[in-house]
Structures are given as C-alpha cells and as structure tokens.
Ligand binder design. Structure first.
Ligand code: AMP
Length: 218
C-alpha cells in the first residue's frame, strides 16, 4: 500500500499513520517528526528550520522534498509501500511528490483525508500541548497552522479527488473507531489498487458511514 495522509493539525495523522504502517508492515514517513528530530539533534538543517517550526510556518519545499525522496528510496528497498504523513502541504509539493513517485514507480494509491472541524482540532491540540509541550501547540500558533491548512493545504484534496485516489473519513471519533474504518477500507482496496488505472478511479467518501463504525460513541 502507498498512502498519503492529508489532514489538518490535530486530526490524528501521526497516530493513524503509525497504525496503518504497523498493520501493513510498511514504513511511516512523517515529515514533521523528521524535522523535529533534526531540531532536537541540532543538525545544520535543524538549526535552519527551527524558527519556522516554532512559528507554525512551512519549511521550504526543497527541504522536505529532499527528505522524502531519500525516504522513498529507502522504502523502495524495503518493498515499496509507505505511509507519508505531513506531506504534501501545498499544491507545489503535491505535484513535485507526484514526479518523485513517477520516477521511482511509487505514486500513491490512496490519499487519505482525515476530516475534523477547527473547534475540535483546537481542543485536541491544546490538550496535546499540555502533554507533550510542543513549541507549535500554543493557541496563537495553532490558529496560524489551521489557517495555513485551509488556505494552502486543503486545495490539494480537490486535486486528489479529481485523480480518483481520495478516501475521506470522519476523524472526530475515538482513535480506534477511526482506525477500524480506515483499515477496513484500505484492506478492501489493497488487492485492487494496482489493477485499476487512475482514469477509472473515483473518490470514496466514508464520512457518512459513521454509524457503521461507531459514530454514536463520539
Ligand atoms: P506536523 O508534525 O506534520 O504537524 O509538522 C510540524 C511542522 O513541521 C509544520 O508546522 C511545519 O513547520 C513543518 N512541516 C512538516 N511537514 C512539512 C511539509 N511537508 N512542508 C513544509 N513544512 C512542513
């Protein structure tokens, strides 16, 4: 499986990404984690990007594209599957990522869109701030990250819909319910994705199927 996660901050990308990776035995490539690791190790790259991370701004496209290209080459050697979490964040990254995928014969099979409203996301991010103390989880930075998502990241959802690889789920439910729905959908698609040409695919909207996957537990 080759999966991209497209979601606003706080929607559970990291958690769901890790669960998908474990389920399918594929690498979980999280650009935010890779960048935070550079910052923690005080590498040259880490020192160059740390202010942007703290302010909730995007780092330059070339930085993340280089990181992801290297991670894809590594993933290819390990079987070719991946869950990419945190990228693409804008249309330019989406197109560049597609080119990298074409070059390595690793374009995504599924763009998984986790939907959640801003109020719920802010609540979750503030709760995470209390637990993890991330420098970008203050109220002001959260507002900026959500605005950035709506402005520059969300438009790529439409692009994935038009390419027929979009799968949308409602992420405002307990983690395990969201995970069950995602894994059920991905399992059902697993044997098909390599055989159905992109031109014949259609977006899949699972957000209305909440009851089947426990909406009442919200
Ligand atoms: P995340 O953990 O995905 O919320 O990412 C944390 C921060 O890392 C973001 O607010 C950005 O500063 C940076 N970042 C992560 N992924 C990207 C990306 N694809 N493009 C630019 N900046 C990114």
């Amino acid at each position: 499986m080759r999966v991209l996660l497209v979601a606003p901050p706080g929607a559970g990308k990291g958690t769901q990404g890790a669960l998908i990776a474990t389920h399918f035995g594929i690498p979980h490539i999280a650009t935010g984690d890779l960048l935070r690791d550079h910052v923690a190790r005080r590498t040259e790259l880490g020192r160059a990007v740390q202010d942007r991370l703290s302010r909730g701004e995007l780092v330059p496209d070339e930085v993340v594209l280089d990181m992801v290209r290297a991670a894809f080459i590594d993933a290819k050697a390990r079987g070719g599957g991946y869950v990419l979490d945190g990228m693409p964040r804008n249309m330019a990254q989406a197109r560049a990522l597609y080119e990298i995928g074409l070059g390595l014969e690793m374009t995504a099979n599924v763009a998984l869109h986790l939907q959640a409203d801003d109020e719920e996301l802010t609540r979750r991010l503030l709760a995470r701030a209390a637990l993890e103390g991330r420098s970008d989880d203050t109220e002001e930075v959260i507002r900026r990250r959500l605005a950035l998502y709506h402005e520059v990241t969300f438009p790529i959802v439409e692009w994935y819909a038009s390419r027929g690889i979009l799968v949308s789920v409602d992420a405002v439910r307990p983690v395990e319910r969201v995970a069950r729905q995602i894994l059920t959908a991905l399992e059902a698609m697993r044997s098909l994705v390599d055989h159905v040409p992109e031109s014949a695919r259609r977006p899949i909207d699972l957000t209305g199927l909440g009851t089947a996957f426990g909406r009442s537990d919200r």
